[in-house]
Write a protein that binds this ligand. Structure first.
Ligand code: NAD
Length: 473
């Protein structure tokens, strides 16, 4: 039996220190609670260490490198173009390490006790007890008035058809972040955010990339016009697509992988050095003792009410483990809401719109309803569009691909959706998120002053266009 070290009592114990868990811990501390956070791996979770952040670092390297192809367009030249793949990866790891240390600093600053180890829940009162198998050896029992599960999610694999990482030729996002070299050829299975970000990065470094998507269009959750424009833009960069195509089997060959697909009723085999599996994610619900406590789990996610309550007294769940959308900012938002609810406050921001961003080249960003969803809901949408090709700043920057699309409720004039593709749209979408959070209508967006010259002027124009008032076309 492992030695039991000192027990501890807290107002709240959080399991998992991703953007859901650690932000909740800070808010709990602000609310005057005593807090412990349990982490089995690295502070900051997948987002900071193996997801959002290190991918953005890699993508930036890829983007800068690809831009070198276009130096002449800007009247510039360099003598020799090249990259050191090791250094590209090292930079990405360094960025993660910096932010990981940042979370450790924040935990200390807010008096949050960090417990390193793997947590299991056992019966307790008022909330389940948290038994931690400590990283340093032994175990420790933590007793909390409330326990929040924020254990996140991981890549979905399909071992039955060979979609399972082997660390060598079949990768999930995790292996794809730290490869020894950029593969000469690559098959990416799945065209969601993860698949397209890696496809975009490796293409920028010269890999021959083919993306296989089972549904009829890439980025299937985005507005149809955006999916179409994205496909065109990616193909222009030399990416290849098989859409729709079902992966039947992945096998390892002498030199790489063979992916059997079925497209348009025909069987075909694609070959490459490496395959990346990006076919969605599953919640980390195993080995925490959830079943024994009677926690309801549906399709690998913990079922909760609007406040994160699981139905087991004192036990809550937030973020990826509590279901889609699987986004860091949704996890943080849910965590803050949950802890404010536990503290007896009445959070009012429960239904805030959740933006989604894909940081490929081109970037894609959206919030709210697509045009098709608005029609399905009988919103009689008024739709506006504005292309970057006639925007002054976009022309000056040489970033004229893409457009902005707005969707307004035909009856009330409320902005109910916005969809963008092009350079820096992941930074611009926030303007529409604030507008939607404040329930802005077309009148406010049309009356707002957008700085000139900026690409954001296209956001103004798309709002004007929905009502036949566009100025620059
Ligand atoms: P996803 O669900 O977004 O996309 C997976 C895609 O794979 C889907 O389009 C699906 O149709 C396709 N697919 C599934 N099975 C397939 C098969 N057998 N053959 C071919 N295609 C198949 O999942 P993801 O890209 O893995 O991302 C997981 C989650 O993480 C998403 O919710 C995503 O939004 C989130 N995420 C967000 C960001 C970001 O905000 N930039 C980055 C990474 C991940």
């Amino acid at each position: 039996m492992a030695a039991e070290t000192k027990a501890g009592s807290f107002d709240v114990i959080i399991i998992g220190s991703g953007p859901g868990g650690y932000v909740t811990a800070i808010r709990a501390s602000q609310l005057g609670m005593t807090v412990a956070i349990v982490e089995r791996e690295l502070l900051g979770g997948i987002c900071l260490n193996w997801g959002c952040i290190p991918t953005k670092a890699l993508l930036k390297s890829g983007e800068v490198y690809e831009q070198l192809d276009h130096l002449a367009d800007y009247g510039l030249s360099v003598e020799k173009r090249g990259f050191d793949f090791d250094k590209v990866v090292q930079r990405s790891r360094k960025v993660s390490a910096q932010l990981n240390a940042g979370v450790a600093f924040l935990m200390k600053k807010h008096g949050v006790e960090v417990v390193e180890g793997a947590a299991t829940l056992t019966k307790g009162s008022p909330a389940p007890n948290v038994v931690v198998a400590l990283k340093a050896g032994g175990s420790r029992t933590l007793i909390g008035k409330s326990v929040i599960v924020a254990t996140g999610a991981r890549a979905r694999t399909i071992p039955a058809i060979g979609l399972e990482p082997d660390g060598e030729r079949v990768w999930t996002y995790r292996e794809a972040l730290v490869p020894k070299s950029a593969p000469k050829s690559l098959i990416v299975i799945g065209s969601g955010a993860i698949g397209l970000e890696f496809a975009s990065f490796f293409r920028a470094l010269g890999s021959d990339v083919t993306v296989v998507e089972a549904l009829p269009r890439i980025l299937p959750v985005e507005d149809e016009e955006v999916s179409k424009a994205a496909l065109k833009a990616f193909e222009k960069r030399g990416l290849k697509f098989r859409v729709p195509a079902n992966v039947k089997k992945l096998t390892k060959t002498k030199s790489g992988v063979a992916v059997e697909i079925e497209a348009g009723g025909k069987a075909e085999t694609l070959e490459a050095e490496v395959a990346i599996v990006a076919v969605g994610i599953v919640g980390n619900v195993e080995d925490i003792g959830l079943e024994a406590l009677g926690v309801k789990i549906e399709r690998t996610h913990i079922v909760t009410d609007r406040h994160g309550a699981t139905g087991v007294p004192g036990l809550y769940a937030i973020g990826d483990v509590a279901g889609p959308p699987w986004l860091a900012h949704k996890a943080s938002h849910e965590g803050v809401h949950c802890i404010e609810h536990i503290a007896g406050l009445k959070p009012t921001n429960i239904d805030s719109p959740i933006p989604g961003c894909t940081y490929s080249t081109p970037q894609i960003a959206s919030v709210g309803l697509t045009e098709a969803q608005a029609r399905e809901q009988g919103r009689e949408p008024k739709v506006g569009r504005f292309p970057f090709r006639v925007n002054g700043k976009a022309i000056a920057s040489g970033e004229t691909d893409g457009f902005v699309k707005t969707v307004f409720d035909g009856k009330t004039g409320a902005l109910i959706g916005a969809h963008m593709i092009g350079a820096e749209v992941t930074e611009m979408i926030q303007g529409y998120v604030i507008a939607m959070t404040c329930e802005a209508t077309e009148a406010e967006l049309q009356g707002a002053i957008f700085p000139h010259p900026t690409m954001s002027e296209a956001m103004h124009e798309a709002s004007l266009d929905a009502y036949g008032l566009v100025l620059h076309i």
